[in-house]
Design a protein around this ligand. Structure first.
Ligand SMILES: *[C@@H]1O[C@H](CO)[C@@H](O)[C@H](O)[C@H]1NC(C)=O
Ligand SMILES: *[C@@H]1O[C@H](CO)[C@@H](O)[C@H](O)[C@H]1NC(C)=O
Ligand SMILES: *[C@@H]1O[C@H](CO)[C@@H](O)[C@H](O)[C@H]1NC(C)=O
Ligand SMILES: CC(=O)N[C@H]1CO[C@H](CO)[C@@H](O)[C@@H]1O
Length: 829
């Protein structure tokens, strides 16, 4: 009796103590193992989603899909140039409403990471720095430079104060658990010598003095000051990250690339779900407790927001594609990984790790709290060979380059190489309703020097000229030739040569278009050369010079230049004539842009005429109206036969297009451009295209986008070794049940399976959208699959051999069999 009373008292006392501790630790701290949120260690699965890269109408749905994908943190940069486009004038409207975005994250019960930068890179115009910052006298970006640190502090303070005022930090009850200052500074630090080190120390002190309620991080900063956690960015942080630079900092991975952004001219970028899963599983096997997918949803670079040459579409290969649709199997395979890691949570966060290296490629990591929790990772690092690992009296099969996760140290609930989730492929369908658009056009006049107000002896530098108010500027000069200056033979023409610092240009002689030239993301500068016809008397040379965004990376970003620098005419009777110092007229922007003729109001200011045939070589505006296409699927504009320019829907820019810039595959890097449904009215939507060098507007199509082609490709070594699992009624048991029951297919948006396009049980090959039968195929495959799935919204297909063939009739009993199916989802129930 006495004993139990004392026990009770002890229990009460410890309860009191833990409450008191809980009170004290409300908020966010960390130890060597992980972030500690409200007093408890936590595994964090985070995804980058940038609020300005989609209309706010899309935020709730995208965040919900991230949550369903197993994330508990959303990470975003803060984009200075959109919030303070003009010094002292702020904009937090629409898709720039940072507060509303963070609140939406909180509303869906997720945490947020705020990467303030203010340098953010992010393939964003000037890495997020507003244009005006470049014009601050004597400024050096990202260095211990008085003007720079003054403005950086002022802006950081404004953002932090806004977050505090809205109570968005975790200790205030908000979702923000972490903040970042600077960004990948180690990449450029050496270039700033002593001022680099001083700057980083200053930035750390500045940030922590503005707010100290949540931890601050610096990614790619191996010598981060003690008060800052250094974190890893990359594709394979388990193998490349040397770990935090202090004994009490956790191992965090803040940028895990889900593929790669694209610049115009690039081939597609891919990263397999299996490869991402392998890297993340390895990272968690090696003490990692936070991973962030960069990007989880990339979205769209609307307007002129992207950095040099970066496409409008951003990280389309992420788990959510540009249109916000689930990219499968990436989305589900990572969701399953998060689930397996969560099942291992107690062992991972409070157990003790031990590593057993079996040989060069095989490794066992165990996290164990004796008597209560045990989780294991079995790793086969060999890229070509499968392996059997013996662990605690059992044998486990591992595919090549894979990690198995055993949340109970007995049962494999996940292997990074075995994708059990469904696959899908994307379809762009021409909208039936909006097939025949009627186009009108308006062609701008090519100016001569007399039309251009700003005069200078030599061509002016383009960035300084446009001040980022337009991609374009006109340059023009005029020259007189005597008949005797010009070549006598009509088949020998003089050549116009323009050396440009980037990024593109169209050239005109006497109002005639003579050609287009451009650089690329690696070599921005280029030399343009074309034969030209000159006439005796006055000749006009006009250039439409263009940039495609400011650069976003590297040291000394404030000292980057663009535009024509040297102009010569070669092959004259007197040789080469240098006209660089010939006196030039300049004007920023094109007329239609200035008059906003892409808006309903503005479009009335010019005379539109029907399009009669292909237009060539002059800056041309095209306009049409369309009704919102049928259904609710996302929309795209097919632009593959146009050249280069910009697009607006109802006055809102949907970005730059550049279809004439082909990738090495001989196709445009990007052919379809996202039109957010949120930009549309039911009828009469104004679509305006600005085309620089001529095109065929009648080839433009409005498309609906779906991922209604779903597939499953599963090999029968699923589920491996599930038999020993005994605990029932847990999340764990249901995971195992799921694995046992074979292939799962599920149509998006409550649609139903209306056709089985492919089914093979044997050794089929290929990818979703492109499956082929191998030399082993059960004759009953299609029948079994149709029976289970046709007419349903979701179905399960067993992968047990007896279901397909009687054992005596099995055509190929001695192989691991694969079930591959492809189906088409149709109308809703
Ligand atoms: C900029 O630097 C130059 C030379 O270091 C100095 O003479 C000048 O006063 C500085 N200008 C401003 C506005 O600080
Ligand atoms: C993981 O943490 C343990 C215990 O803190 C430590 O002994 C081990 O070296 C760490 N492993 C790695 C790969 O950093
Ligand atoms: C795993 O293999 C890769 C090459 O595929 C190698 O770079 C890496 O260091 C290996 N990791 C381990 C832990 O052996
Ligand atoms: C988004 C991003 O920063 N991607 C980088 C990923 O890593 C490669 C190679 O290390 C870089 O070239 C990319 O710029």
């Amino acid at each position: 009796m006495a004993i139990s009373k004392r026990l009770l008292l002890l229990a009460l006392l410890s309860l009191l103590i833990s409450c008191a501790v809980g009170e004290k630790t409300k908020g966010v701290t960390y130890d060597a193992r992980s972030m500690i949120i409200n007093g408890e260690r936590e595994l964090l699965f985070s995804g980058s989603i940038h609020y300005p890269r989609m209309p706010p109408e899309m935020w709730p749905d995208i965040i919900r899909k991230a949550k369903e994908g197993g994330l508990n943190v959303i990470e975003t940069y803060v984009f200075w140039n959109i919030h303070e486009p003009v010094q002292g004038q702020f904009n937090f409207e629409g898709n720039y409403d940072l507060v509303r975005f963070i609140k939406e994250i909180g509303r869906q019960d997720l945490y947020a990471t705020l990467r303030i930068g203010p340098y953010i890179e992010a393939e964003w115009n000037q890495g997020g720095f507003p244009y005006w910052l470049r014009e601050v006298p004597n400024i050096t970006f990202r260095s211990y430079n008085e003007p720079f640190i003054y403005h950086m502090k002022k802006y950081s303070e404004m953002i932090i104060e806004l977050m505090k005022k809205e109570k968005l930090f975790a200790p205030q009850g908000g979702p923000i658990i972490m903040a970042q200052i600077e960004n990948e500074y180690n990449n450029v630090q050496l270039a700033y010598r002593e001022n680099g080190r001083k700057y980083i120390e200053w930035a750390a002190k500045m940030a922590t003095s503005l707010y100290n309620g949540v931890p601050w991080i610096m990614c790619k900063q191996k010598d981060a000051p003690p008060e800052i956690i250094n974190t890893c960015n990359g594709r394979h942080c388990a193998d490349t990250f040397k770990g935090p630079n202090g004994p009490n900092k956790p191992s965090l991975w803040t940028e895990n690339w889900t593929a790669q952004y694209r610049t115009f001219g690039d081939p597609p970028s891919q990263r397999a779900a299996e490869d991402i899963a392998f890297s993340v599983a390895r990272f968690f096997a090696k003490n990692g407790t936070l991973t962030n997918y960069y990007m989880y949803y990339g979205g769209t670079n609307y307007g002129r927001t992207s950095s040099s040459f970066v496409t409008t579409r951003y990280y389309d290969e992420a788990p959510l594609d540009e249109f916000g649709l689930l990219r499968e199997p990436k989305w589900s395979h990572l969701r399953d990984l998060h689930r397996a890691l969560r099942l291992s949570r107690r062992a991972l966060l409070w157990g003790t790790p031990s590593v057993q290296k079996i040989n060069e490629d095989l490794e066992i990591t165990v996290y164990e709290k004796p008597g209560t929790d045990c989780a294991a990772f079995l790793t086969n690092n060999h890229t070509a060979n499968t392996a059997i690992i013996k662990f605690r009296g059992k044998e486990y099969f591992l595919p090549e380059k894979s990690v198995s996760i055993l949340p109970d140290c007995k049962t494999v609930v996940y292997n990074t190489q075995m994708v059990v989730s469904q696959h899908n492929s994307r379809n762009f369908m021409t909208s039936e309703k909006e097939k025949n658009l009627k186009w009108e056009m308006y062609q701008e006049k090519v100016p001569t020097i007399a039309d251009l107000p700003l005069k200078n002896k030599v061509p002016l530098e383009l960035y300084t000229l446009t001040k980022d108010t337009s991609d374009y500027a006109w340059y023009s000069t005029s020259i007189n030739f005597d008949r005797h200056d010009l070549p006598m033979r009509p088949d020998i023409l003089p050549v116009l040569q323009i050396a440009s610092m980037g990024h593109a240009l169209s050239a005109y002689v006497n109002g005639e278009f003579i050609g287009f030239g451009h650089g690329n993301n690696i070599e921005k500068s280029f030399v343009f050369q074309k034969p030209i016809s000159l006439k005796p008397g006055t000749n006009t040379i006009t250039i439409l010079a263009e940039t495609v965004g400011f650069p976003n990376s590297g040291a000394y970003m404030e000292k980057r230049f663009a535009g024509p620098r040297g102009v010569t005419i070669q092959g004259l009777m007197a040789g080469t004539l240098d006209i660089t110092q010939n006196n030039w007229g300049h004007k920023v922007g094109v007329f239609g842009e200035k008059e906003a003729i892409f808006t309903e109001e503005g479009s009335k200011k010019v005379q539109w005429t029907p399009v009669t045939g292909p237009t060539k070589g002059a800056v041309t505006w095209y306009k049409t109206y369309f009704n919102a296409p049928e259904g609710t699927n996302p929309l795209a504009l097919k632009m593959d036969k146009m050249q280069k320019g910009m697009m607006w829907v109802n006055g809102k820019s949907i970005g730059r297009y550049w279809s004439s810039f082909l990738s090495p595959l001989g196709r445009p890097t990007q052919s379809e451009y996202h039109i957010p449904r949120a930009f549309l009215k039911p009828t009469n939507n104004l679509l305006v295209i600005f085309e620089e060098t001529g095109g065929l507007p009648e080839t433009i199509e409005i498309q609906t986008v779906n991922r209604d082609t779903i597939c499953s490709i599963i090999t029968e070594y699923h589920p491996p070794h599930v038999k020993s699992w005994e605990r029932s009624g847990t999340d764990f048991a249901s995971v195992v049940e799921d694995l046992k029951s074979g292939a799962h297919l599920n149509c998006p948006d409550n649609k139903i399976i209306e056709k089985v396009e492919f089914a093979s049980y044997g050794n089929p090959d290929g990818a979703c959208g492109n499956l082929v039968v191998g030399n082993c195929n059960s004759a009953s495959s299609l029948r079994v699959v149709e029976e289970k799935c046709l007419g349903k919204n979701s179905c399960k297909i067993p992968i047990e051999r007896e279901v397909y063939d009687e054992p005596s009739k099995d055509p190929c009993p001695n192989i691991f069999k694969t079930l591959a199916v492809q189906m088409k989802c149709g109308k809703r129930k």
